[in-house]
Ligand binder design. Sequence first.
Ligand code: ZN
Length: 346
Amino acid sequence: MTSNAESNPDRTPLPRPLGDFLGFTLAGCAPRPDVGALHNGIAWNWRGEGVLQLTPPLATTASPSIVVSAGIHGDETAPIELTSKLVADVCSARVPLTCRLLVILGNVDAMRAATRYVDDDMNRMFGCRFHPLGRSREAPRAAALEQAVEAFYSLAHAERWHFDLHTAIRASEFEKFALLPATGGLAHEPMLEWIRAARLDAVLMHSSPSHTFTHYTASAHGARACTLELGRVRRFGMNDLGAFAVPMRALANQLGGRSEIHAGVALPPVFQVIAQIEKHSDRFEFLVDPDVPNFTAFAAGTLIARDGDYRYEVTHPSERIVFPNPNVKPGLRAGLMVVECDDQAK
Ligand code: ZN
């Protein structure tokens, strides 16, 4: 299921929470003591189940602070495995680390159950601690992750970043794409530069607030945040992790404070979210094939969904659908509608 414990170059085995972060977390273990230092000077601090802080010897609160999270959806195994491997690579100095780093495996109960979530979609629960979903088994976990991030960023006096790694349930016209939260005045340029380095296929800009993890870190903590969709959902051990090599190299470079030269690499197509399909009740009707790939285009006049008096009809010459899912609970979004920005809007 998980990689074997990795080793330091000097062949001193890494402590198991670091060498096999995923396996250790899934086993429900907690290290005693919960802090330590490696031969290479990296200090590690277990901040709770599936939450690990790594601090290189020369980092201070004036160094960049980066959060890398995966498994907010428990069945999105590739990013979970990659994140666990990233911890081993950083701790064994295969990936240089110059920033403060907080690594998070999100919905651990759902990972154990090999499911997207147990009671509720955790990526609709951030930034709402007093939400009616309070009795959901995901609610205390979302609150614990918020508290871990808040504690981490409270000592971050320089730039803050957050990369939230996902895989999509369905096929997509663009295999690897980033979603940027609506951040008000926060400039997107540094993240767009990273997206170029990661050679992603598309960028999707949100235009209104939501309850995703990245919207929370961007809005509450001023982080440069993005949700990354890196291919399709598979079972643990069934992933071709090599397919993620380029974005993971860009992430590793970010952790090491190294910027790649990517002259001549154009920014991929940028899309703006113009609306979300709203599911109000169990009467909701989805009127197009719910299995279409992400970014499938529909022409003006197409009726996408209706629910009582609510109708969603395409009004732009062409609108594309992303994350169509008529099976969400009433009150949640059943899909996003996006249009491509012209060059000037980028
Ligand atoms: Zn996801």
